[in-house]
Structure formats: structure tokens, C-alpha cells
Design a protein around this ligand. Structure first.
Ligand code: SF4
Length: 431
């Protein structure tokens, strides 16, 4: 269930029905202000709503002063073991502090950090990790890791509540996707606070993205989760942001930038679709609007998909078609297909989001499509039409046979396969 409470990290609302916020973490040394700021700007450009920076040393806490001032998005300071760094990070202006109450030095130290957060009116994240559970839960961790995570989280929540502090969100991260799903489902039933989701140490860009998509996607589809972070083994933090956005876009939870629909290709493909899709994907990165663009290898699904997309191309061996809002507008030689597609998209924006249609070109394209349709391709429409024609023919043959026999009985009918490629498979009946 969605979280009831809402908090604000900088100006970003988290929970209580707000959009799911995208987070990432800088991979630079936080004290290297130039490199960290450059990375923060890149992740903000890629769509991060929030960014977290590791603060393991005094000089990292010090660097936060400049980073907070210059950053285009709110900064969360990530603190382990040393509660004085948390106090310093708050003083440096961090919009939020992430601590793991299990390793910060006991309830008194947590209380000091909470007192500072209350004084400044700032939020915190209570972050529980499967790798750093409190000592008294270690045994439970072996027998029931999900219960161990949830117990740790609820104990910290109770500590915060005893300190009369509710301006926080909670995360429970595990390297196990099933445990991430089960523990967050359980915790969402028990507490009203916003939940930050992530599969910790998920792995490389490939495997980590898939694990995160399965784990976080399952929870988000259930309505659980208010912020997400994709943990990938890459120094390019913006890659994490891109994956987070793909998950949110796939679930239609948020819209950002164009959506590319591309067919998986098959034996009907007659052009270099790999190159075309990669080129279209790259060039779409320059657009911020959430248009849908479909790139389909042939007419089987191409025309149908193009009908739903804002723009579409259906490729063929030498010539392809460009569609806009479901209508074919231009035929183009395959090597120029991508350039022509983007010409049409740019014209659309230049005209205030109106399709600019050249009627002569559209008519020529329609004529070409009619003339060049692959007559042997078994499109669903063509199969249906052939089945109907065969059924009609069969009925007529039976009627004629009955009339010739004069006894009202039907005789054996053998359809000629050469008439229709589907006849032999679907309609032949032995006598
Ligand atoms: S659109 Fe055409 S080429 Fe692409 S997978 Fe479908 S049938 Fe194959």
C-alpha cells in the first residue's frame, strides 16, 4: 500500500501520493568538489530528483557546504559509524541525512542526530541493510532474513517515534530480490512512513538493471515505494538514473522524454534494424517531450504499432514508411529513414506539436504501399481474410455436391493447397 506520510527533502515531496522520486549516489570522493559537482549536474540532467553523497571524513562534510550551494538538486549525506559527521553534515546544509541506526553508536548518538534534525526541520532516512543488521538479529537473519530486516526497521522506527521525530523515510535493502520484495511488502503494511526502495549491490549494468527492474518493479506495481535508487557497479551514476526512469516509465508511473518502441526483429526483417534502432534511440535523447516513437521491422505489426505511436517507421528492403499519429506521411529510401523521421519530428515541434503533412507525399506513399505490399506475407489480416474466403468456398462446394447427389448428403471435399497456403493446413478434410 502507498505510504500515508509525506516528507520533503529540499523541495522534493516524498510519499503521501507524491510522484516516485529518482535518486542516485555520486561515485566520486565527496571532498573532490569539482568532480562531485560535475557528476551531480550530470545526474540531475539525466533526471535525478535527489542525490546522495558519501560522507566518511570531516573533509567530505566540509565539502557539502559548497556542494549544497551549487547543486541543482537536494543532497542527502550518507553517514555510517560516526554520528558527529551527521551533525556536521546537517550544519553544512545537507537536505537530508541517511543513517543506519544499527551502526551509528547506540540510541544516545541517534538521539543527538535527531535533535539536530528537529532543530533544523530536516528529514532523515533510516537505512537498514541486510549486510549490517544489529547484533541481536544475526541469528534471526539466518533463519528468517525477511523478518530480521523488518524487525530491524521497525525497531528503528519505534526509536524515532520515542524521540518524537516522524520526519523520516525508511529503506530496507537486501541483495536478494525475493527478500527485498517480501520485506518491503511486510513493512508497508506496518508503518505509515515513506519507503525508499533499492536492491543493494545489484551488480553490473546488465544484471543489476534486471534485478532492480524485477524487485522494484514488482513493489512499485503494488503501489509500494516512494523513492528508488538503482545500485549499479559503474562510475557513471547517470546510468543508474536512466534505468530508474525506464522502470518508472514502463509502469507508467512517471513520464519523461521519448519512449521508443522497437520490434525484436525476426526472419521477415529486410534491413539493418539494429543500427536504425540504436541511431533513433541516441537521437531521441536530445528530446525532452514524452513522445512515443515506434521502429518496426515490417508491416506485420509495424502499421498497427505506428497507429498508437506519435511517430513510427516501418522498414523494408529498399524503402520504408514514416507514420505520424498513425497515418503514413512519407515513403523514404531506407538509408535516409532515420534522418527523415527526425525531420518530421522537428517539423512537428516547430509547428507547435502539429503534424505537418504533405498531401502529395502521403498519397504517393499510400500508392507505393498498396503496390509493394508483400503478397506472400501472412499478416494476421490476410490470414483472417483467407480463412473467411476458404470457409465460404467450402460451404459453396458442399452445397453444390449435395445438389448433384440429390440426397442432401455432403461428400468429401479436398481443397486445393495451391489455391491457398493455409488451405492444406487448416481446411483439408479426408473423405
Ligand atoms: S514487426 Fe515484422 S520484423 Fe519485426 S518482429 Fe514483427 S514480424 Fe518480425
Amino acid at each position: 500500500m502507498p505510504s500515508k506520510n509525506q516528507i520533503h527533502v529540499g523541495g522534493v515531496p516524498i510519499g503521501g501520493g507524491a510522484d516516485v522520486a529518482v535518486q542516485t549516489m555520486t561515485k566520486t570522493e565527496t571532498a573532490d568538489i569539482e568532480a562531485t559537482l560535475a557528476q551531480i549536474k550530470r545526474v540531475a540532467e539525466a533526471g535525478a530528483d535527489l542525490v546522495r553523497c558519501a560522507v566518511p571524513r570531516e573533509k567530505d562534510a566540509e565539502a557539502l557546504k559548497t556542494l549544497v550551494r551549487e547543486s541543482p538538486i537536494p543532497i542527502i549525506a550518507d553517514i555510517h559509524f560516526n554520528h558527529t559527521l551527521a551533525l556536521k553534515a546537517f550544519d553544512a546544509g545537507a537536505h537530508c541525512i541517511r543513517i543506519n541506526p544499527g551502526n551509528i553508536g547506540g540510541p544516545e548518538k541517534v538521539a543527538e542526530v535527531v535533535a539536530k534534525a528537529k532543530e533544523l526541520g530536516r528529514p532523515m532516512r533510516i537505512g537498514v541493510n541486510s549486510g549490517s543488521l544489529p547484533g541481536h538479529l544475526r541469528e534471526l537473519e539466518y533463519t528468517n532474513p525477511v523478518e530480521a530486516l523488518v524487525t530491524a526497521a521497525t525497531e528503528f522506527v519505534e526509536l524515532m517515534e520515542r524521540l518524537d521525530y516522524t520526519n523520516f523515510k525508511v529503506s530496507m535493502k537486501s541483495t536478494s530480490v525475493p527478500n527485498t520484495i517480501a520485506s518491503n511488502r511486510m513493512l508497508a503494511e506496518r508503518i505509515p512512513y515513506p519507503l525508499h526502495l533499492g536492491v543493494t549491490e545489484a551488480g553490473t549494468k546488465w544484471s543489476g538493471s534486471l534485478k532492480s527492474a524485477v524487485g522494484l518493479g514488482t513493489l512499485l506495481a503494488d503501489g509500494i515505494g516512494d523513492t528508488i535508487r538503482i545500485s549499479l557497479s559503474t562510475f557513471q551514476a547517470e546510468e543508474e538514473v536512466k534505468v530508474a526512469w525506464e522502470i518508472l516509465k514502463a509502469l507508467r508511473l512517471r513520464r519523461r522524454g521519448p519512449e521508443l518502441i522497437a520490434c525484436p526483429t525476426c526472419g521477415r526483417l529486410q534491413f539493418d534494424m539494429d543500427t536504425v534502432v540504436a541511431e533513433v534511440e541516441k537521437r531521441l535523447e536530445a528530446y525532452e517531450d514524452s513522445i512515443q516513437v515506434s521502429v518496426l521491422g515490417c508491416a506485420v505489426n509495424g502499421i498497427g504499432e505506428a497507429r498508437h505511436a506519435d511517430f513510427g517507421i516501418t522498414g523494408a528492403k529498399d524503402m520504408g514508411m514514416i507514420y505520424a499519429k498513425g497515418v503514413g506521411i512519407r515513403k523514404v529510401a531506407t538509408p535516409q529513414l532515420v534522418d527523415a523521421l527526425f525531420e518530421e519530428i522537428d517539423k512537428y515541434y516547430a509547428a507547435g506539436k502539429t503534424v505537418v503533412r504533405d498531401e502529395a507525399a502521403a498519397a504517393e506513399a499510400a500508392r507505393w504501399l498498396a503496390e509493394n505490399e508483400d503478397e506472400t506475407a501472412m499478416t494476421p489480416e490476410r490470414l483472417a481474410a483467407m480463412e473467411a474466403a476458404e470457409a465460404e468456398k467450402e460451404a459453396a462446394a458442399e452445397l453444390e455436391s449435395a445438389q448433384q447427389n440429390g440426397d442432401g448428403q455432403t461428400s468429401a471435399v479436398q481443397l486445393d493447397e495451391s489455391v491457398s497456403p493455409v488451405a492444406g493446413r487448416r481446411f483439408t478434410r479426408a473423405g
